[in-house]
Design a protein around this ligand. Structure first.
Ligand SMILES: [Zn+2]
Length: 68
């Protein structure tokens, strides 16, 4: 199952995403480090300090905020 193991390694790689801030609207204001679809560490907006906490799915977290 070497192919499967390789796939697992790729999934564990860290992805960096830039997200528009939901609070101040800064374009790509928040740099998010993501692994297996979940954030690693706090992601803070450069402009207003809005924080996405560790261990959440950014897209779902932002949706939750918009619904409040
Ligand atoms: Zn912001």
């Amino acid at each position: 199952m070497i192919a499967f193991a390789d796939c697992q390694d790729i999934r564990k790689m860290t992805v960096i995403k830039e997200i528009d801030c939901p609070k101040c609207g800064a374009k790509d204001g928040i740099e998010v480090f993501e692994r297996d679809g979940q954030t690693i560490g706090d992601s803070v907006c450069d402009q207003c300090g809005f924080t996405i906490p560790e261990g959440v799915v950014p897209e779902l977290y932002l949706e939750e905020i918009e619904q409040k």
